[in-house]
Design a protein around this ligand. Structure first.
Ligand SMILES: C[S@@+](CC[C@H](N)C(=O)[O-])C[C@H]1O[C@@H](n2cnc3c(N)ncnc32)[C@H](O)[C@@H]1O
Length: 306
């Protein structure tokens, strides 16, 4: 944990005002307010001030250095340990596994290792990786190969919807898992994909965040985001923070607010995730808390397919 100086109490207020301006598409005003926040000591102000004035990363997962630095540090260390431990509990007796949006395998690979290391433990022998990011997919493949486990891995560099359209019709998986990735899919498209998936898997495991249901761009929504992102940024050392902020956190944050931004994720309450899984045809849907985290608490959802 990195200890920061306590910023001027007005600092976060300026950062919040900067986000309000950005949410109205007023980038000049947003930049000026971010400068004031920055001068007053807000880490979010510093990050916004730089991001609003430089060329923007459009796809946070295509050039994943920042994302990979983000998940390797701060509160993600504990979050990923808990996530992998939970995934590993689902592997005994599982032969075929589908990992949807596997990223670089940071959740998956330790889970495989833990599952094998348990007394009498095994890991799935066939794994399909679905991941649109080319570099992330390569990193996941290399990480699995690096374990030396006897696993047949097939990599699909596509999103879930396209994967399900092209997957062999008779193919089923004993377990499909997705950690922090289904939030990347627009909710209607996600419902359609989950509906198909429910007919092709025995079990589903989703790990994601239980995010409060607030009116988008409302004062409460923006105020909550400002407070949480200030906290999240403080979890990284200065040098890593610049990379993480500019290449990942600022595009994700502004993608939710800026009318000109590219939206990277759609988050919901855990109840809404449960309802969507049920609507898609999954049965016995259970949601349990997994971990506290700076942006929102994480949950794990388990369900049975049809
Ligand atoms: C927050 S990351 C999580 C990655 C990984 N599961 C983990 O736990 O570290 C979101 C992932 O979803 C992937 N993704 C984006 N759109 C997707 C889609 N349509 N289908 C499947 N995965 C997608 C991204 O490329 C990225 O790897």
């Amino acid at each position: 944990m990195v200890v920061q100086d306590i910023p001027d109490p007005d600092a976060l207020d300026w950062a919040e005002k900067s986000l309000v301006a950005a949410s109205k598409g007023d980038h000049d005003e947003a930049g000026e307010l971010a400068d004031r926040a920055s001068d007053a000591g807000s880490l979010l102000g510093i990050a916004l001030s730089t991001y609003l004035r430089t060329s923007h990363h459009q796809d946070v997962y295509d050039q994943p250095t920042a994302f990979e630095a983000f998940i390797a540090g701060g509160g993600n260390v504990d979050l990923y340990q808990r996530t992998s431990a939970t995934l590993a509990t689902g592997y005994p007796g599982i032969g075929s596994l589908l990992d949807i949006g596997c990223g670089n395998g940071l959740a998956l690979v330790p889970a495989l290792q833990q599952s094998v290391a348990a007394p009498g433990g095994t890991a799935p022998s066939m794994i399909d990786l679905v991941e649109p990011g080319a570099d992330l997919l390569q990193h996941a493949l290399a990480a699995i190969a690096g374990t030396g486990l006897p696993v047949t891995t097939t990599a699909w560099q596509v999103g879930l919807t396209d994967f399900l359209r092209s997957a062999p019709p008779g193919q089923r998986w004993q377990l499909a898992q997705s950690t922090f990735a289904l939030q990347s899919i627009e909710p209607q498209e996600r419902l359609a994909a989950l509906t198909v998936l429910s007919t092709r898997v025995d079990r589903l495991l989703i790990v994601d965040f239980d995010v409060a249901d607030e009116k988008p761009r409302s004062r409460a929504h923006i105020s909550g985001l400002a407070t949480r992102y200030e906290r999240g940024l403080a979890e990284y050392d200065d040098d890593v923070r610049v990379l993480v902020a500019q290449g990942f956190l600022m595009p994700v944050l502004l993608g939710q607010l800026d009318p000109d931004g590219v939206r990277t994720n759609w988050e919901h309450t855990a109840d809404q995730w449960r309802e969507q899984a049920q609507e898609a045809g999954f049965r016995d849907v259970q949601v349990l808390p997994l971990a506290d985290y700076w942006s929102a608490p994480a949950f794990v959802l388990g369900a049975s397919g049809r």
